[in-house]
Structure formats: structure tokens, C-alpha cells
Ligand binder design. Structure first.
Ligand SMILES: [Zn+2]
Length: 42
């Protein structure tokens, strides 16, 4: 029997910010923030 490793899929929320082009930010939100590190406000 093969042991199937269960990989927990973390729910990585996508950054809620949009670029100036109107596209959604590709980055994933960091931590509890809705935004990635680049868009996260201080
Ligand atoms: Zn972002």
C-alpha cells in the first residue's frame, strides 16, 4: 500500500489589490492581511 501524503492546502487568499492596469494582483495575501506585502499598508 502506498502511503499518500496528505498535503494540507493552505487557503492562500489572493491579494485584493488591483494593479494600475486594473488587473488583479497575482501575489497572495500575506498572513491575515487581504493584501500582499507589496500592497499592504503599514
Ligand atoms: Zn498585491
Amino acid at each position: 500500500m502506498a502511503k499518500a501524503k496528505k498535503v494540507k492546502k493552505e487557503k492562500k487568499a489572493r491579494c485584493a489589490a488591483t494593479t494600475k492596469e486594473g488587473k488583479k494582483c497575482k501575489n497572495s495575501a500575506s498572513g491575515k492581511s487581504k493584501f500582499c506585502a507589496a500592497h499592504k499598508k503599514k
